[in-house]
Design a protein around this ligand. Structure first.
Ligand code: URA
Ligand code: URA
Length: 284
């Protein structure tokens, strides 16, 4: 045991030499070389705790791996999803520390992040319950949404409402939004710089809403959130993990309007969504 600890200590010291003083060496009962001689403040408290445990119990402390390297908070499963997702937002984003959706919406309404923000009639932030357990994410506003400033109000949106109704959800029960908050001209695909500019706003929305499950509709929303480039049938083939939140992907209602053969698999997905939602909201 002592030998193992010495080995680990040697590795940590090596890492320290390489990367600087990231981690106070853990004091352990088993290791006689690390007693009162070490003046590091982390060593003065309770013995036999490793730094990773201590860090995990304090939400303001960064977490460290065995080798003293800081764990990317987004990739740290010991943190709640909202903290992991918030860690994805650039530190210089003015809404990073916002406490309410209204604050973020105000910011968005008054800011041009990319040229499509200048050309829009209205920003389309999101609609529904700010504490919803289910968040539904589409691609981008279309013409009707741009005119009304509300997501999914055109033909696709009316179909989405019917689909939700079929599994006993009303629009007001859930929260509906998009990857992009401004309509791309002629409904073209989002450009990567537009996604890069608007995605952190969506991260902030999710972090504030803290849903128990996420549904993406269409290939763009699913692939963007999961950072993949898969076909829709691959995306919908399993439940995904979005920084600790279960995520399901299904067809876009606009795609169902064009191709009715996708209605049946969508219905299967929706029944599964309802089942998972009931499970996930029951356990608390
Ligand atoms: N399609 C989307 O992806 N989002 C909307 O809000 C409307 C249509
Ligand atoms: N392709 C898409 O982009 N979306 C769908 O929903 C189905 C196919």
């Amino acid at each position: 045991m002592n030998e193992l600890l010495r080995d680990l200590r040697a590795i940590v010291e090596h890492e320290r030499a390489l990367h600087g003083d990231l981690l106070p060496l853990p004091a352990t009962k088993e290791d006689p070389s690390s007693s009162s001689a070490d003046p590091s403040p982390a060593d003065t408290g309770t013995p036999s705790h490793t730094a990773p445990d201590d860090a995990a119990s304090d939400p303001d402390m960064p977490n460290y791996d065995l080798f003293g390297n800081q764990v990317d908070p987004a990739e740290d499963p010991s943190l709640p999803p909202s903290e992991r997702i918030e860690a994805l937002i650039p530190d210089d984003a003015p809404y990073k520390d916002a406490d309410t959706l209204d604050e973020v919406e105000q910011y968005l309404a008054n800011t041009v992040l990319v040229p499509i923000d200048e050309d829009r009639e209205n920003p389309v932030f999101g609609v529904g319950d700010p504490a919803a357990d289910l968040v539904i994410i589409g691609e981008a506003p279309g013409r009707n949404e741009d005119e009304e400033g509300e997501p999914f109000v055109g033909r696709a949106g009316q179909l989405l409402d019917k689909i939700l109704d079929a599994i006993n959800f009303k629009r007001e029960d859930v929260y509906i939004t998009n990857i992009l908050k401004s309509r791309p001209p002629r409904n073209r695909d989002p450009k990567s710089e537009e996604v890069d500019a608007h995605l952190p706003v969506l991260y902030k929305q999710i972090a504030l809403i803290r849903p128990k499950i996420i549904l993406t509709v269409g290939k763009v929303a699913g692939n963007t959130l999961l950072d993949r480039s898969s076909s829709l049938s691959n995306l919908r083939d399993q439940e995904h993990d979005f920084y600790g939140i279960p995520l399901m992907a299904t067809y876009h209602p606009a795609a169902l309007l064009r191709n009715s053969q996708w209605k049946r698999p969508t219905w299967e997905d929706m029944k599964l969504l309802r089942t998972r939602y009931d499970q996930l909201t029951d356990e608390t």
